[in-house]
Design a protein around this ligand. Structure first.
Ligand code: GAL
Length: 634
């Protein structure tokens, strides 16, 4: 595969006379791809059944004639106004039971049969018209499933579908559900599946088994919605199909959606994310305000490489200030280039900039593009042109396996959200803290999905926080030819959210039991004996395994039997760094010394260095200015 660049273009926003020049400028800038169509439903079908596909066909012809390859999106993230008149109950309902109304986007409920049928109808019409178009070289379904909190809907349609889903899960046996969920508690027993309501609007917290089941159901609805579009497109086109996921949106199982697609893409807004969803403290936010968090993009690159089974892109790359975060600074000069190269270093086939020209109207009028609203060049255009010139002498994407695997399990993320047990505790946060510790010490990481059973080639595998672990995964991990580091909260629940006995984690070949657990206030960290602290969450461990790390007061925090290791606390940076160093040494994994804000990524034949700091730094590979990138052969 080749490394390529592209952009997101909205021909419906601009006079038709400008398309030819826009296309010529894209080609002159070195772009290969142009994504179109994903929000254009009101122009494709201005009134029910009145199809106007001619303009899109002409736009694709103009772009294609200039030499660009088109990614065509289905427009189902933005149903037009008439759709809501036609299906007034298609809107999702929030947890308070209020409709999430028309006037922006993603205003639909995944369970509404009428809208689901409409989405398949428009996908079919588009696929029939454009499926054999020679310029359509890839597809995108919808846009950013789950963005703006849209996976979960508390609508009557969702309730009915949830009841059927539960009935299938429990083979029609309501007593089996009552037993599995522990509904004897607070007299919550049901007589019929049709008695089951959604877990909102309860007086106090709902049963976690109920909440977790509803989250699993909601994820399945997204998978089904996507799959139906994919099957329709596939019947008319041989081009690969993708979906653009969003950073830190974890409400549906991306691996399962990805199983139906050829390519995973994601939308990378490093500065928006730093302000909005990384979870960095104020000092770190200030230090990286114009660069983005040094690990957040990389984490998602590695995640989507796994979701895409090796094939992945950045579909939307931040080009300058965005409009949607609490603060929206400009990137440091050079960062757009750095972000692009970082994606390539992690195996991206394409990086597409969002968007071609800044729109002078509507919600995103303060969102930068590659061009200003007056069509003059914006800074991102020049950085993209530099990358385009540079990839000419490094054109190939090279697959490679990292020495370290890190498991990521969407189900565990929902389980922690269902029952955090302490304010601010999240599965994503825990996994990301482990990822950061690995990357601070120069390691390249593969994200592993929970269905992985073959771990050959990995020297270390981290599986923190997976609250439910399937028995065959436990077995496979216990037999892996690697150091396997679990915990905290590993295997803490059975499939139905009950505490199993023997007590967790009950991992084969590891004599550790969690006797008790506590969550900690932010102002009550517990010091570790050899530096660092436990923060937020701590388990009391017992059993015959060897104690490897302990608190200053002598309580076991990390215990191990041979290469099976259990960490019973959420550690701070120093604590996780220590854990990584200790086991990297035992596993024969080489660590590197990196200056603050510098990150390293290795592939089979290349080594990349990225400077996210605002200082010029000296590295083993040479001097790196702020936003600097170094690439060398290994
Ligand atoms: C993405 C979305 C785009 C655009 C962009 C702005 O989440 O897919 O359509 O809204 O954000 O940063």
């Amino acid at each position: 595969m080749l490394r390529t660049l592209g952009t997101c273009y909205y021909p419906e926003h601009w006079p038709e006379e400008t398309w030819t020049e826009d296309a010529a400028r894209m080609v002159a800038a070195g772009l290969t791809w142009v994504r179109v169509g994903e929000f254009a439903w009101s122009r494709l079908e201005p009134a029910p059944g009145e199809l106007q596909f001619g303009w899109l066909e002409r736009a694709i012809a103009v772009l294609g004639a200039a030499g660009l390859k088109v990614v065509l999106g289905t427009p189902t993230a933005t149903p037009p106004r008439w759709m809501v008149t036609r299906h007034p109950d298609m809107l999702a309902l929030d947890a308070a039971g209020r409709p999430r109304g028309f006037g922006s986007r993603r205003h639909y409920c995944f369970s509404h049969a009428g809208y689901v049928a409409e989405s398949q109808r428009i996908a079919r019409l588009i696929a029939e018209r454009f499926g054999r178009n020679p310029h359509v070289a890839a597809w995108q379904t919808d846009n950013e499933y789950g963005c703006h909190d849209t996976t979960i809907s508390y609508s009557p349609a969702a309730q009915a579908a949830f009841q059927s889903w539960l009935k299938a899960q429990f083979a029609g046996d309501i007593q089996a559900l009552n037993r599995a969920w522990g509904n004897v508690f607070w007299s919550m027993e049901y007589a019929n599946f049709t008695d089951i309501e959604l877990p909102n609007l309860t007086v106090t917290e709902a049963n976690p088994a109920h909440v977790q089941a509803f989250r699993r159901f909601s994820s399945d609805q997204v998978v089904a919605f996507n799959r139906a579009q994919v099957e329709i497109i596939r019947a008319h086109s041989d081009a690969p199909i993708s979906h653009n996921y969003m950073g830190r949106i974890t409400d549906f199982d991306h691996f399962q959606v990805g199983d139906d697609l050829e390519i995973a893409t994601w939308d990378s807004y490093p500065l928006g994310f730093l302000e909005d969803r990384v979870g960095a403290d104020a000092v770190r936010q200030r230090a990286y305000a114009r660069q983005g968090d040094p690990d957040f993009q990389a984490f998602h690159h590695d995640l989507y490489r796994a979701v895409g089974k090796g094939r992945w892109w950045v579909m939307e790359q931040q080009p300058g200030p965005v409009n949607w975060a609490p603060f929206n600074p400009s990137p440091l000069p050079g960062m757009v280039r750095l972000w692009s190269w970082e994606a390539f270093a992690h195996g991206a086939e394409a990086v597409c900039y969002f968007r071609w020209r800044q729109a002078p109207f509507a919600q995103e009028q303060l969102h930068a593009g590659m061009l200003r609203p007056d069509s003059a060049d914006a800074p991102a255009l020049h950085e993209a042109m530099q990358v385009a010139a540079e990839i000419k002498d490094a054109p190939e994407v090279q697959p490679s396996q990292a020495p370290v695997g890190l498991m990521f399990d969407y189900d565990a993320d929902w389980a922690w959200a269902t029952q955090p047990q302490g304010q601010g505790l999240s599965y994503f946060g825990l996994v990301f803290d482990v990822y950061r510790a690995l990357r601070r010490q120069g390691l390249s990481v593969d994200i592993l999905r929970p269905e992985t059973r073959n771990f050959s080639g990995y020297k270390m595998i981290f599986a923190p926080g997976m609250m439910h672990i399937a028995e065959d995964l436990k077995q496979a991990l216990s037999q892996a030819d690697a150091h396997v580091i679990y915990g905290p909260r590993s295997a803490a629940r059975d499939q139905n959210f009950a505490i199993p006995t023997p007590l967790p984690p009950a991992l084969p070949g590891l004599d550790v039991t969690v006797a008790r657990l506590e969550s900690l206030r932010p102002d009550m960290p517990i010091p570790l004996a050899n530096g660092g602290q436990v923060t937020g969450y701590l388990e009391e461990l017992e059993g015959g395994a060897e104690v490897v790390m302990q608190t200053a007061e002598g309580a076991a925090v990390v215990m191990a039997t041979d290469r099976q290791i259990y960490c019973g606390g959420w550690l701070d940076e120093a604590g996780f760094d220590h854990l990584v160093r200790h086991y990297a040494q035992q596993a024969g994994v080489t660590l590197r010394q990196l200056p603050e804000g510098v990150r390293l990524r290795q592939t089979a034949r290349e080594e990349f260095w990225f400077n996210y700091s605002t200082q010029t730094v000296e590295t083993e590979a040479g001097r790196l200015p702020p936003a600097g990138v170094l690439r060398q052969a290994r």
